[in-house]
Design a binder for this molecule. Structure first.
Ligand SMILES: N[C@@H](CCC(=O)N[C@@H](CS)C(=O)NCC(=O)O)C(=O)O
Length: 250
């Protein structure tokens, strides 16, 4: 029986969600320090040079970046496989995961969720309505057109659910947090695919923690999550006043 791994990361991050779902599917036990990256202390800066979440800590081994972490989990425990075996499928899975992490991340996380949630409630700043409008009306529809041509009508991309499916679905959970629902008349495959993925027990197990986090000010999130039974670490690295990230995103 291995020691649980530790995840530094907040339940509202789609990148953290991706890793938690992969851990759950592989049956790897974990604890989470559920803080927002903007309140991470100096130890966090040392462990995460870009001051980003998720971070995985496995004993004395520290890893950054959700994709790198999921690939490590796959190597550590190959079953159930979260990446297909055939070279072309495997490459395509990596590309679709990358498309989600980079493009859906840019549009859904930074131009919608960050603007309407983090900027307003953590930094007490007014969202840039034009950035949000353009994301909802132009950029996300373009990404949805692409996904609609890639996603299967039934099931998941490569048979059983895998990292690419998980990554794509994880971002649309954040879209829902800012009241964006995929229009099933325009993108029927994508709407059904996301619904199917988010209905999996590994996603559903996180929903109550996500909803509680959404409704709770950052400083109290840890306590309410403990009360709710989340597998929270004994100590936290999230204890400074909110400060901007170091990567340029706006
Ligand atoms: N490529 C990274 C992106 C991680 C990322 O951007 N995480 C966000 C949270 S949703 C973050 O930590 N943002 C803080 C910042 O960029 O300053 C990954 O896949 O883990």
């Amino acid at each position: 029986m291995r020691e649980p791994v530790t995840i530094l990361g907040n339940y509202l991050s789609p990148y953290v969600r991706k890793v938690l779902v992969c851990l759950q599917l592989k049956g790897i036990d974990y604890r989470i320090d559920p803080f927002a990256p903007f309140i991470g202390d100096e130890t966090f800066s040392r462990l995460s040079p870009l001051r980003r979440i998720p971070v995985l800590i496995d004993g004395d081994f520290v890893l950054n970046d959700s994709t790198v972490i999921c690939e490590y989990l796959e190597d550590l425990q190959p079953t159930p496989a979260l990446y297909p075996a055939a070279p072309r499928d495997r490459a395509r899975a990596r590309w679709l995961e990358e498309f989600a992490d980079s493009r859906l991340g840019e549009v859904i996380v930074w131009r919608m969720f960050y603007q309407l949630g983090v900027k307003r409630y953590l930094f007490n700043e007014t969202p840039d309505e034009e950035v949000v409008r353009k994301a909802r009306e132009e950029e996300l529809p373009e990404a949805l057109d692409y996904l609609e041509a890639q996603l299967p009508a039934q099931g998941f991309l490569f048979g059983e659910v895998g990292a690419a499916d998980i990554a794509i679905a994880a971002f649309f959970r954040n879209a829902a947090f800012v009241r964006y629902q995929i229009d099933a008349a325009l993108w029927p495959r994508t709407a059904a695919f996301v619904e199917r993925a988010l209905a999996l027990p590994a996603f559903r197990a996180l929903a109550a923690f996500e909803e509680k986090t959404l409704r709770t000010p950052v400083a109290q999130q840890r306590e309410v999550l403990i009360e709710l039974g989340a597998p929270v670490t004994a100590n936290t690295l999230g204890n400074i006043a909110p400060r901007r990230g170091i990567m340029k995103v706006e």
